[in-house]
Design a binder for this molecule. Structure first.
Ligand SMILES: Nc1ncnc2c1ncn2[C@@H]1O[C@H](COP(=O)(O)OP(=O)(O)OP(=O)(O)O)[C@@H](O)[C@H]1O
Length: 264
């Protein structure tokens, strides 16, 4: 098995297939996906558009149902894990309600889940600190920069303290400097909380900088073509991106992407 260092498997996919039936015929979004994600792993999914990255993340979150294979999340079916609120999900766009303050946005899922007012206040304060937005709870989304809004959406996903965080290209729309800053902040948050993270990205440096494992995918059908266990230490300053070790992993990812790319 792929279990390493004694860490428990949290997400296990075996032969996962997902075929969408469309008016133009079947689309094989995922084909024979085998993957084990262990407790505390930071796993990035990288690959060209249409290789099934988002579909796989959505399948883990039970937002899509596989048409074949088995998938287990925290020892349950993905659907049971969703009902047990096993994960927080961060979408590509922050998706904050403009008529609610930042604290009000973070509060919303907690209200739906029935947390008491005092418990909500305590959780909101804690997650705002975690994403470095202490003091911004009373602001409205439009009063914050894009990077701050995305941090607020991460805080919302963290507020009910699930062990798993699923993030679908959360920093894709941000400029490089902001992205660098958020990458560092995310690593810090991951180190502090010990969460298991699944992260979709198009960026090779981002995948290599953040991950303990990099999953390279290829389209038509969407499948895994390489899984790279990173030899980099967990504590990573941005300068690590200039080291030969970093560049060697980036090279392997690039080669994997090139091999699976159809250029059409
Ligand atoms: N609900 C759906 N119905 C039909 N086809 C779908 C649906 N969702 C995704 N697909 C198709 O499945 C394939 C995989 O899509 P997916 O969004 O997972 O790719 P991706 O790797 O995340 O791409 P991107 O990087 O562009 O976000 C694509 O061909 C897409 O068109």
């Amino acid at each position: 098995m792929q279990s390493r260092g004694g860490a428990a498997p949290v997400i296990t996919a075996q032969g996962v297939d997902l075929t969408f039936q469309t008016a133009d015929g079947p689309v094989h979004a995922l084909k024979g996906v085998d993957l084990t994600i262990n407790q505390g792993d930071f796993v990035s999914f990288i690959g060209p558009s249409g290789c099934g990255k988002t579909t796989f993340l959505r399948t883990i979150a039970a937002l899509e149902t596989p048409t074949g294979g088995t998938l287990s999340v925290n020892g349950m079916t993905a659907d049971a894990a969703r009902r047990a609120r096993a994960y927080g999900y961060v979408f590509q766009a922050p998706g904050l309600y403009p008529w609610r303050t930042i604290a009000g946005n973070i509060s919303l899922p907690l209200e739906i889940m029935g947390f008491s007012k005092a418990d909500r206040a305590e959780r909101i304060a804690r997650v705002l600190e975690l994403v470095d937005l202490g003091g911004f709870g009373g602001k409205y989304p439009w009063q914050l920069s894009g990077g701050m809004q995305q941090r607020a959406s991460i805080a919302r996903a963290l507020a009910f303290d699930a062990d798993i965080l699923l993030m679908d290209e959360p920093f894709g729309a941000l400029d490089e400097i902001v992205r660098d800053h958020l990458n560092e902040a995310l690593l810090e948050l991951w180190a502090r909380t010990g969460k298991t993270i699944g992260f979709v990205t198009h960026s090779i440096p981002e995948a290599v900088f953040l991950s303990t494992r990099i999953v390279v995918m290829s389209p038509r059908p969407g499948r895994i073509t390489d899984i790279i266990d990173s030899p980099l230490p967990r504590e990573r300053p941005l300068e690590i991106r200039d080291t030969p070790e970093f560049l060697a992993i980036a090279h392997r990812v690039r080669e994997g992407l090139r091999a699976g790319h159809a250029y059409d």
